[in-house]
Design a protein around this ligand. Structure first.
Ligand code: AMP
Ligand code: MG
Length: 433
């Protein structure tokens, strides 16, 4: 990057600094670019976790279909047991899955959880509040110790879903609970958007892979490729199919070749590193050689340089274009630009409607006296007192901060923080799902 420029004999002309672009503006442009959406496919409900629905799920039935018991016990008419210790003849037995006869006045029905409440009954008495009075060869009788209230322990028909309800909407990302809800109204298959196909490229001649070189054998200047590991995991968690193309050398031709081949079968290429404007940074020139590129200087710390572009495929424009996002090389910058920009982009490509991070308001238990001109994302974690502690080193290369932190504080540009202030906290759990 700037090292080689600094060592040249003549001082280089000051590089032209593009004005900083607000993160929200960059995000708005990116989301517009996430068109057309990926095609729709049908999958089994068992396999649909994490996928984005491409249909409304409309219930054809009422759930529960009839009033049913939420306890093991006795179905009664409340009026028959208003006096404490009332004794009723047990006239029938109704296990779940069977339908009882109408309940005659002055009788009780032995009933089990989930079984349909017989006509005429208006309360369930849980068995713990009764005493069974067995009788040889019959169902016997029951003593009701506690007078029931009308309606007690009855789950009402339709209290979960009414026929015609939209229980899940197009654009929702399916969760385990969503799969259960779809199944509860009879859907064994669902229309979802196809998984994004994403190629991952790491740039940098200094990078080596753990396992290939032992720590004690690392050459001066070499570092392990850590971005590749968290990127791949982040993409998998987002439901992407990942083609990991490994480390691309810091050469223009090699970068062009890697991008050209990745564009053929992918919806998006993600690169890390090489996106600044130093002479070892080849992403910009390589994408421009194959398509279009915009290089942004984001008002965001960490994570300043970011590129968006697109590359035509060999089959021509009819084959559509492959998106490219160029992320900064510093690990924390890479991680955060992925979460705040690439993740919403990939979700939008899948037709998801909720894509922005959802901050919560929390109390800062620290001072942050030096305001920055960029919007900052400070790694922090919750303490036992219900406030937030700050990781001591907020440098963009310190990956430890992302592991220690449970999330990031979204601190506006020019803002200092004093202990006791309310801040916007974005929990990582909401971004890693
Ligand atoms: P660059 O934008 O390529 O100049 O990279 C900025 C910083 O991030 C440099 O210190 C790189 O060594 C570092 N870096 C780039 N790529 C990776 C990676 N895949 N893993 C860890 N560090 C990286
Ligand atoms: Mg580099």
């Amino acid at each position: 990057m700037s090292d080689s420029a600094a060592s040249s004999a003549r001082p280089a002309a000051p590089a032209q600094r593009p004005p900083l672009m607000a993160l929200d503006e960059a995000l708005a442009i990116l989301l517009q670019k996430a068109q057309p959406k990926l095609p729709v496919e049908e999958v089994g409900t068992f396999d649909a976790d994490g996928r984005v629905l491409a249909q409304d799920v409309v219930s054809a039935l009422t759930v529960p279909p009839r009033d049913n018991s939420s306890m093991d016990g006795y179905a009664v008419r409340a009026a028959d047991c208003a006096a404490p210790g009332a004794v009723l003849r047990v006239a029938q037995r109704i296990p779940a899955g069977t339908v009882g006869a109408p309940l005659a006045a002055g009788t009780a029905a032995r009933i089990f959880t989930g079984a349909q409440v017989p006509e005429g009954a208006d309360a369930i008495v849980m068995q713990e509040d009764t005493e069974a009075l067995p009788q040889e060869g019959g169902l016997g009788a029951v003593r009701i110790a506690v007078a029931p209230a009308v309606g007690q322990w009855i789950r009402r028909a339709g209290e979960d879903v009414a026929a015609g309800d939209v229980v899940l909407r197009r654009g929702e990302r399916l969760t385990p609970a969503g799969l259960g809800l779809a199944a509860s109204v009879g859907f064994d298959r669902l229309q979802v958007t196809r998984r994004p196909r994403v190629a991952l490229l790491s740039t940098g001649d200094e990078l080596v892979m753990p396992g290939e070189v032992a720590p004690e054998a690392m050459k001066p200047g070499a570092i392990y490729n850590s971005n590749r590991f968290f990127m791949r995991a982040l993409l998998h968690r987002l439901g992407c199919e990942v083609s990991d193309m490994g480390i691309v050398p810091d050469r223009r031709e090699a970068t062009i070749e890697a991008l050209r081949s990745a564009a053929e079968h992918n919806d998006l290429i993600i690169t890390t590193g090489g996106v600044s404007v130093g002479e070892e940074d080849h992403i910009k020139a390589a994408v421009q050689a194959l398509g279009e590129l915009q290089l942004w200087s984001l008002s965001m710390k960490p994570g300043k340089p970011f590129a968006y572009g697109s590359i035509a495929r060999s089959g021509g424009e009819a084959q559509g274009r492959c998106h490219v996002t160029g992320l900064p090389g510093n690990p924390v910058s890479s991680f955060l630009t992925f979460l705040l920009l690439v993740r919403p982009f990939l979700l939008t490509l899948q037709g998801a409607t909720r894509v922005a991070p959802e901050p919560v308001s929390m109390r800062a238990d620290f001072d942050w006296p030096r305001a920055d001109k960029r919007r900052e994302f400070l790694r922090a974690r919750r303490n036992a007192a219900g406030g937030l502690d700050l990781f001591p080193n907020q440098s963009s290369g310190v990956l430890t901060s992302m592991v220690w932190g449970e999330g990031v504080i979204d601190n506006p540009a020019g803002q200092t923080i004093r202990a006791g202030d309310s801040v916007r906290f974005i929990p990582l759990t909401s971004l890693l799902a």
